[in-house]
Design a protein around this ligand. Sequence first.
Ligand code: NOJ
Length: 778
Amino acid sequence: MRQIALLAGLAYWTGAARDVITDDAHFYGQSPPVYPSPEMVGGNEWEAAFQKAKALVSQMTLEEKVNLTAGVAADSTCSGTIPAVKRLNFPGMCLSDAGNGLRNTDFVSGFPSGIHVGASWSKDLAFRRGAAMGGEFKKKGVNVLLGPVVGPAWRTVRGGRNWEGISVDPWLSGVLVSQTVSGIQGQGVITSTKHYIGNEQETNRMPEGNTSSVSSNIDDKTMHEVYLWPFQDAVRAGSGNIMCSYQRVNNSYGCANSKTLNGLLKTELGFQGFVVSDWGAQHAGVATAEAGLDVAMPGASEFWGNHLVEAVKNGSLPESRVTDMATRVIATWYQFSQDTSFPKPGVGMPSNVLDPHEIVDGRDPAAAPVLLNGAIEGHVLVKNTKNTLPLKSPRMLSLFGYSAKTPDFFNPSSNLLFSQTWISGMEALDSNYVSDNGLPTFGKNGTMFGACGSGAITPALTISPFEALKIRASQEGTAVFNDFVSDKPSVEPSSDACIVFGNAWACEGYDRPAIRDDYTDSLIKSVADQCSKTIVVFHNAGPRLVDGFVDHPNVTAIIFAHLPGQESGPALVSLLFGDTSPSGKLPYTVAKNESDYGDVLDPAQPEGEFVNFPQADFHEGVYLDYRYFDKKGIEPRYEFGFGLGYTTFAYSNISINYIQGANTYPWPGGPIVSGGQTDLWDAIATVSVDIQNTGSVAGAEVAQLYIGIPGAPAKQLRGFEKPFLQPNESQSVTFHLTRRDLSVWSVERQKWQLQQGTYKFYVGSSSRRLPLNGTMDL
Ligand code: NOJ
């Protein structure tokens, strides 16, 4: 079948090198069949677990194997539970949300969200955050952490769940998701990298009435270079589980799509773990089994369970498929040694935290620096004039805005702020959001340290900016004035500086109504009219435009504080007072106007002849965010990769080195292991530069490498390093480039192709501040 699909694909291919493919009939608008579902083969790092799993599963009855393929109701708040096979000492598994920390239970931490990890550009922090989360999930008896997120890949600018993911750039997301997976799984907790694949908008993500879910129509080249890329990194890092998504991909459901599951994931990427459905994303029985789905959550619904047993008995589905499903589940459990060293599944997830229960404190004091530094490094300073920051023992600070203080009501253990009420919160939001004052009632009530839905966090304790500022002010002898209520507050004339805290909220299930709001813009301007140094701080779950006030002469500093997690207040104070120099960089572009983003600003809507089958055509191909701004010559307000600190850095001495002896044959030839062909990761070249701290305070700099690959967008991120330098100190940093980094996807050959010609290299502090450049011919 696969062979036939590929041959047919060739007929549509004209052979000319094009960078946007819109007529790739076999991948654009329809999903080619790829059957049968590849069985787990073990090998390499999976071999031992595979052998153990085969031995255990061979003792199971058909019914026992089928039981492993769907969730069951359990007396816990695990998001999903795979049942035990007591006879064989398999205790079952607890699967729980999510990628920013464990929610829906007590005594856990609230980590910075995915967007914050992206903004920190720190491999080290991504790894350590993962390890700290993994430690907590394990103590609580959660076998599978439902995260991290690299789908959405931020195609839709107003996307409601982008903030759970890392960045609009696949390379950045890929590096940081790889670190996250390694960090979490190093603790023996399985990651469910999600939502696979093309889950780019919340609008019509589920079928409703006569309207089916939206279809993300993605051509094969874009699929590989943008959407599959970070999943590939996650699989290579060993992610034991992948969650298939709600929406359709090329008109076939994410959890019934043989091309994406059997083809891309289990064949091309050699994935050895198991695929779980998003909750309620299964819409067919035998078809989903054949397409590569292994476990249905939260339960068998009307499709599997007894029906799957019957399907095997009446010959509709070979038993070998069910055996493979069970083997993949059990092998993953063995792979992370959960057979020997794991708490009872769900032990720290009481069904009702208000009832008396055994307390399992998931937190580890050793994670404190990760929570704080993770929060600090994901703040991005984009404007700082009139020597506004850092603050120097101000006599009076005046504070405004609804995102400064702890919410009026906050119950850490029952998750009432960011998660469980998200449905009722959204009811309020529907009626209030834009019409009232641009904010959900909910958002007005307090600071936003995370966002809403299954990626919400429920820390045992959080410190808001207001709380942390008051403590610091008391140490500095600073007077603090605050008015978090008025929309046109009066400012005390003796204020040395004013801070306005706004937010840009988002929630699973809904795309963001807007990427700016008049209420907050007007609040900022009204403060700035009266205060000569006005600092704007946004807690933002995605890009937030600033052109409504950015040119006001008294708006002298702007910070995108993103979603910092429980240490939001202390992190901000550390930056405002200069204990640390800001080092975050934007993991997305901030445009001047909504229209600058082009067609991807808004989610696709059901319309025209497809009103009941909404279609989202990804016709922009790989040209998202800075690739698009570069192509169209659009000047952004703040470009991808941009962020200021309190010091300055000089770049010098670029050296581009082809690794002697590296194989530059255009096509990889290596065997497939987890993540794809082995030689995709062969080293081909290195780029080194010197960076010097030329300012007067210590700070970290994110040095970025962009490459113009022949036949590809003008520049694409292909490296970053984050050295911390004392004043005057300089350091040489080296970027390592693999075959995949320098290749483009060939639709004809179905392989990554190293290009021939001149590669252009650019190094600097953002995607548009690139003082060093050079070339290399291949
Ligand atoms: C639906 C969400 O899309 C997914 O991210 C989450 O893990 C599951 N629900 C379980 O809560």
